[in-house]
Design a protein around this ligand. Structure first.
Ligand code: ZN
Length: 158
């Protein structure tokens, strides 16, 4: 079976940047419902047409990954919005609770009561290489289609 809209694809991956530095390794398969904007556009379109056992590398430009970097997209945030404010250091990537959900941000400077953060996604502005191995492709269930995401061992738990 081939990955296409409304199929659930399970895959492992390694992300590297253009300098071949490893940014993320995912050894446990992650399951994704295709065609519902669950993953970055460039990776989703690259999965299409592939079957279980396929291995490939795809290069995704920032526009199809985490977007271009906005230089002025910073914010001063009260420390109470961070889970462990006293452990924050400049340069660290941490999770910030926002109105749109939890978002990865990069710490610029830690003050007494506030933290300056860069709201750009840590991988924004980067061209990313995904080394992908597909472990399973199946039809989505009706419930998954209604929810807009994959369920089961490697998908959402709720
Ligand atoms: Zn669900």
């Amino acid at each position: 079976m081939q990955a296409a809209k409304n199929t659930v694809v399970a895959f492992t991956y390694t992300i590297t940047d253009v300098a071949d530095q490893v940014l993320e390794v995912r050894d446990e398969p992650t399951a994704v419902l295709i065609g519902h904007r669950n993953i970055i556009r460039g990776l989703e379109s690259a999965l299409a047409g592939h079957s279980s056992g396929d291995q490939f590398i795809v290069t995704v430009e920032p526009e199809d990954a985490y977007g271009l970097r906005r230089p002025d997209w910073t914010q001063r945030v009260p420390k109470k919005y961070f889970a462990r404010p006293n452990r924050l250091k400049a340069g660290m990537v941490t999770q910030l609770r926002t109105e749109e959900g939890v978002k990865p941000v990069t710490v610029i400077k830690v003050g007494g009561k506030v933290v300056d953060v860069d709201l750009n996604h840590p991988q924004a502005g980067k061209t990313l290489n995904f080394d992908v191995t597909i472990t399973d492709v199946r039809e989505a269930t009706r419930e998954e289609l209604a929810h807009g995401h994959a369920h089961g061992a490697h998908g959402a738990h709720h």
